[in-house]
Ligand binder design. Structure first.
Ligand code: GLN
Length: 304
């Protein structure tokens, strides 16, 4: 398939699409990002690369990092993981407190903030230097050994992180956080702060399009059964209370972040990342979702 041509055609079709949305405003540093930025990168299982627009510019991956922390925790804990976090769609916003008390502090899934905080707690429990080890893991997957946490963004989020503090305090009270809450929160804000280009991020996720095997380095990251399960959670929970809409319109497992990035994979074929900082009301990239909808329609590629 001539993906370069297809990406360009889809971009032309986007010209009539006016719903730009707004960059996340609750994190002061994210408010400053130019809403007109737009980048796409697609990498195939055979390491063929196609990109357009601002695909080589770094952006804040935010919640997309929740997939990577889940993968690391799944490597360490196997199926015991699911005693502390569920695999059901939440149907609520990413930072909602509402279900957590009803569910006795067991978050619905690892991609809402509460679930990601539990995953961070598990990593803090298992790893000597969680921040360093997580960063090394992401560096290896991305092929960029110089990736860093962005202190400017993590500090900015920390300065207004009241909701995440509320979530973790409630879970601590209900017995589902085992470590010091400030240590876990600090780790969480840091992993959300990583900045990557569309190209780096697409490569990072390629192993999930390849049954858990990184096809470039040949390293087995997850068993195929575990990779299937991570993809299933992305399909059902990757877009919070818009997961149904994304499945309906795009038909691929994926994950969004409030930095405006979306990653999606087609098993055995490709990983694709779109970045456009304007978010819709559910906190997902407005143009990013539209682009992927048109792209999977044009290529007739979907898991369904
Ligand atoms: N760091 C953000 C937060 O905790 C991540 C949210 C997101 O990307 N959906 O609110």
């Amino acid at each position: 398939m001539d993906y370069q041509k297809i990406l360009e055609n889809v971009l032309i079709k986007m010209t009539g699409f006016q719903e730009l949305g707004n960059p996340a405003s609750y994190i002061p540093e994210l408010r400053k990002v130019d809403p007109f930025k737009f980048g796409v990168h697609l990498i195939t299982k055979k390491n063929k690369n196609f990109g357009l627009g601002d695909s080589e510019e770094k952006f804040s991956i935010q919640s997309i990092s929740k997939v990577l922390s889940l993968v690391m925790a799944y490597q360490l804990q196997d199926e015991d993981l699911w005693k502390r976090v569920g695999v059901e769609p939440s149907g609520t916003p990413f930072n909602s407190l509402i279900q957590l008390e009803y569910d006795q502090g067991i978050p619905r899934n690892p991609f809402i903030n509460a679930g990601a905080l539990v995953i961070c707690d598990i990593l803090v429990e298992h790893l000597k230097n969680p921040k360093d080890e997580f960063l090394n893991f992401v560096r290896k997957l991305s092929g960029n050994s110089e990736l860093e946490y962005c202190a400017r963004i993590s500090e900015s989020e920390k300065s207004v992180g009241y909701r995440n503090a509320a979530l973790i305090n409630l879970m601590k009270d209900l017995g589902n956080i085992h470590n010091d809450i400030d240590t876990v929160l600090d780790f969480y804000f840091n992993l959300c702060s990583i900045e990557m280009t569309c190209r780096e991020l697409a490569r990072t996720f390629l192993f999930l399009a390849s049954y858990g095997l990184n096809p470039i380095t040949k390293e087995k990251i997850l068993s195929s059964s575990k990779a299937k399960r991570v993809n299933a959670i992305m399909q059902l929970c990757g877009f919070y209370d818009e997961a149904g809409e994304f499945s309906f319109k795009v038909g691929l497992p994926g994950k969004s972040g409030v930095g405006g990035g979306i990653v999606a994979i087609l098993p055995n074929q490709y990983s694709i990342v779109v970045w456009s900082p304007g978010l819709n009301k559910k906190g997902n990239s407005s143009k990013g979702m539209k682009f992927l909808e048109l792209f999977t329609s044009e290529t007739e590629s979907s898991i369904f």
